[in-house]
Design a protein around this ligand. Structure first.
Ligand SMILES: Cc1cc2nc3c(=O)[nH]c(=O)nc-3n(C[C@H](O)[C@H](O)[C@H](O)COP(=O)(O)O)c2cc1C
Ligand SMILES: Nc1ncnc2c1ncn2[C@@H]1O[C@H](COP(=O)(O)OP(=O)(O)O)[C@@H](O)[C@H]1O
Length: 311
């Protein structure tokens, strides 16, 4: 998979492909269904994705709380795992946001990519003030002889599978249900930063990761699996929250304690998969009580991870 961030200078290999359009936050089962529909419509063309960064919602409402399910690099990797060879990630800036729907089709899809076919969801809206819809997209591309697959949202018993539904499940503390819709356990990827060096004193060192642009999951203690840069998967337990016992936590962060592990992790990029929520974050009377409770969390997390791996 190759990632391109300038649609004006795309090489020949990216032209003449079948293209799926969208934000693809989470690369969930609905997105995979869209990609499968694209591959079925044009089995003769390599599949490509045109997406945007930052997410348009973050560009228009920067004051809103973070909401991302996935970092852009992890999105590109997940798309690659679905057989996407080319990801065109358009920088969503003020100039781009002002281009109209006709500009987008003429300049990007035809001029930049010379698309052979396009697939998108029925609710795909594009161009300045979201004035372009799928009917306009079909009509504009039809003038160039390009077909469009408008793919209905994939649904389960509770309704359509969408990034916003997955976000709600994560915020409300249902990582297992979120995983069903994603097709994989939801994980947070980030660099391990320095904390207060208190974890080691407690007997439970924790790798601290800032939530950054990620949506804040329900605060509490989770059974986790931690993917290290060298590919090792280490079971562990993590706290997400503001650490009310210590009372110095101004912002919520993720702290993972890895089982049977004693290596320096500072500066490394980890992916922490939140498997199950074990309990809410609490304010304890003191560090001894916190320490005793973390020991119980470890036992519970180990049992929980064993149950999950047995499934
Ligand atoms: C499994 C686990 C559960 C935790 N639960 C709580 C909690 O309920 N309340 C709280 O205030 N802090 C909780 N913590 C956070 C600890 O206060 C924190 O990890 C410790 O102070 C170390 O901080 P440091 O990494 O900045 O040194 C928990 C940490 C772990 C690893
Ligand atoms: N089992 C482990 N789980 C998590 N971190 C570990 C573990 N063993 C060693 N470490 C290292 O210890 C650091 C955390 O120690 P801690 O005292 O909690 O410091 P900090 O407050 O900086 O997070 C981690 O960033 C990592 O480099």
């Amino acid at each position: 998979m190759t990632l391109y961030t300038d649609w004006r200078t795309l090489p020949q290999a990216v032209r003449g492909n079948a293209v799926a359009l969208g934000n693809f936050d989470g690369v969930h089962r609905g997105h995979v269904h869209l990609l499968e529909s694209l591959k079925m419509a044009r089995p003769d063309c390599p599949p490509a994705v045109v997406t945007f960064e930052p997410h348009p919602r973050a560009f228009f409402r920067p004051q809103d709380p973070p909401f991302r399910l996935m970092r852009a690099d992890m999105r590109a990797q997940a798309l690659s795992e679905q057989g996407v060879d080319h990801v065109v990630q358009i920088p969503f800036d003020a100039t781009f946001s002002h281009s109209g729907p006709r500009d987008f089709v003429r300049d990007v899809l035809i001029g930049g990519l010379d698309v052979a076919h396009v697939a998108c969801g029925a609710d795909f809206a594009f161009g300045h003030r979201r004035t372009g819809d799928v009917v306009l997209l079909e009509s504009l591309l039809g003038q160039h002889g390009v077909g469009v697959s408008i793919v209905p949202q994939l649904s389960d018993a509770s309704g359509p599978i969408s990034s916003s539904r997955i976000r709600r499940l994560i915020q409300e503390g249902y990582p297992e249900r979120a995983a069903e819709l994603l097709g994989r356990t939801w994980s947070i990827t980030g660099e391990v930063v320095q904390g207060d060096q208190r974890g080691r004193l407690l007997g439970f060192p924790t790798a601290n990761i800032a939530l950054g642009d990620y949506i804040e999951p329900a605060r509490g203690v989770y059974a986790v699996r931690v993917r290290l840069p060298d590919g090792r998967d280490v079971p562990g337990v993590a706290n997400v929250g503001r650490r009310p016992t210590i009372n110095d936590g101004k912002e919520s962060r993720l702290e993972a304690h890895l089982f049977d592990f004693d290596e320096d992790l500072y500066g490394q990029t980890l992916s922490v998969a939140l498997v199950a929520l074990l309990r809410e974050e609490k304010r304890f009377k003191g560090l001894d009580e916190l320490k005793a409770h973390i020991a119980c969390d470890v036992v519970q997390a180990r049992a929980c991870l064993e149950r999950h791996s047995a499934c």
